[in-house]
Design a protein around this ligand. Sequence first.
Ligand SMILES: [Zn+2]
Length: 378
Amino acid sequence: MRRGRLWSAKELVIAERHRVSDVNLELAGLLLDMAALAGNSQRGWGYKRAAKAVLRLEAHITPLVEANTFKGVPGIGPTTDRIARELIHDGRSDFVERAVREAGKDGEIAAIRGLRRHFLSRAAVHEIVGRGGGLSRAKYRGDFQMHSVWSDGSETLESIADACLARGHRCAGMTDHSYGLSIAGGMSMEQAAQQHAAIDALNAAHKGRFRMFKGIEANIRSDGTVDMEPDELRQFEFVVASPHSLLRKTIDQTARMAGAVSQPGVCILGHPQGRRFNVRPGVRANWDRVFEIAARRQVAIEIDGSWDRQDVHYELAARALEHGCLFALDSDAHSHPELDFIDIAIAHATLAGIPQERIINYWTEARFLKWARGAWDR
Ligand SMILES: [Zn+2]
């Protein structure tokens, strides 16, 4: 079994350059450690609620704690305040470390800590996107992964178009699930044809003011093929391929992911790892190998902005950039508020130093379509 390789000196430099200080994320992590120790009890739920409250904050906690106003935030109790003080003053919490030791759960806690690496809290995203010099929010033209009522999303095409327009977007790529993922309400090809007629009508009604692209989120099978036939894939303007299974396995899945980015017609590798915050690590693979192939075939690596995915994260994105990859910064929204997840993707891409030129969401309609069609010939 492959255990993942050691990092080269060069990669360590990248890691150091991108080290992010995110005290809110660290505090939420400590609270989730306490929740794991408390298990399914009232105290456990209290810690989880507090962790969520911290992750949702738009500002860093340090000034709040120092001004003694942190305790006034809904969901924050005296124990959380105490842990926060220890974290700010000592860079760690003796209270939490002692609880872990006394419970004899060092191994279990170390494992879940590994499931929270390279995520960003809302406050960190806010700071990175707001500080200027990074990627422009204003020039971002449209989002290329989202779900509607045609699969497992909760909004109609028309209302999604309105929500995108309200955010200043000029286009959107609709990517409901394919029929292979029936658990997520995947569309049959017949339904896809009906959806395409609806998208044509929507585009005609917007008279060039907004353009919805016909996409699909196909599912990557364990052998690296996607769960649709080539003549079916050709009916869409672009194809996102993403992993939705084998996301908790420690086996090496390089061949699967390399296969996915080698499939004719695949334009975007969606949420490449399939990781979930505090829940699962996702696919383990030699990503350098996958990125190398993706770069050669011009398959865009997605930075999925869903707050509990953040996939790929800034450090992997920086490695993909070194290989010459293109990127897609998407929300993977299933409802209107989730369209704002693009800020999380923009923050990761900014940290990774990705230039706007390499990101498909900034391209013109003509350039996007030419590139997407080219996925059949590269
Ligand atoms: Zn997906």
